[in-house]
Design a protein around this ligand. Structure first.
Ligand code: FE
Length: 240
């Protein structure tokens, strides 16, 4: 069986948000789809370990913010690789509270939907929530970010809690690095973020932070942060 075949299923990238009493939280998810049109119904698949899961289970509402293609990696990292248990992910993020009480992101977002849960299906590690759409709107005209673009162009990685996470993903990345290593000079050693799995490649640099291609990891400024999850250089380890 070749599980890599599953990577050919196409998805988008969304922020699913919810509320619990006066608290709000949101997380990145790729599994959002419309189930019926009459009435308009959508489904989302959320890991049971995530705080957003707890919030949706309690409040029975959720919102979907559809991200645009040009969303920067730091923004994705904030909602995809950090937990709302540790910090308020919405602090400093432009958003409004929707009719359901769930927050709607106002930046990097092209459209939103709000839904009330009408069905829950236990899917092992995840729960599939089906919700009746009670509000929706377009925010700006831009291309939606697809899962394929996130991986191929933005070099994004999947957290372990993603339904589409494939355990062998990291291993294959390592295998590729070993193959490439022969060509690399001493200074071109790759470093991996131990929090999110992002790999810093010196030959590519980090254009979002203004780091030029060819910059060794050691030469990165001390305040440089992982472009995906935002941790500092000391959370990185050499890729051997
Ligand atoms: Fe990271």
């Amino acid at each position: 069986m070749d599980l890599k075949a599953l990577r050919n299923i196409s998805y988008g990238i969304y922020i699913i948000s919810s509320k619990k009493e006066d608290r709000i939280n949101g997380q990145i998810a790729n599994t959002v789809f419309q189930t019926t049109s009459e009435p308009a119904t959508i489904a989302v698949c959320i890991n049971k370990e995530n705080l957003t899961h707890e919030f949706i289970t309690e409040s029975k509402v959720f919102s979907v913010s559809v991200l645009e293609q040009e969303t920067d990696m730091k923004f994705i990292g904030r909602f995809g690789f950090k937990s709302g248990r540790d910090e308020d992910k919405f602090k400093g993020v432009n958003h409004k509270i929707g009719v359901t009480g769930a927050p709607i992101i106002r930046e990097n977002t092209i459209a939103f939907m709000e839904a009330e849960v009408v069905m829950e299906m236990d899917a092992g590690t995840h729960t599939l929530f089906v919700g009746k759409v009670v509000e929706a709107g377009n925010i700006k005209k831009a291309k939606p970010l697809t899962y394929d673009y996130y991986h191929q162009v933005k070099k994004g990685v999947s957290p372990k809690t993603a339904p589409t996470y494939i355990p062998k993903e990291e291993k294959s990345e390592k295998e590729i690095n070993i193959e490439k290593k022969g060509k690399e000079s001493e200074k071109m050693i790759k470093y991996k973020c131990t929090v999110c799995g992002y790999i810093y490649e010196p030959e590519k640099g980090d254009s979002e932070s203004g780091v030029k291609p060819g910059t060794p990891f050691e030469a990165l400024p001390d305040d440089w942060e992982c472009p995906i999850c935002g941790v500092g250089k000391d959370e990185f380890e050499e890729v051997s």
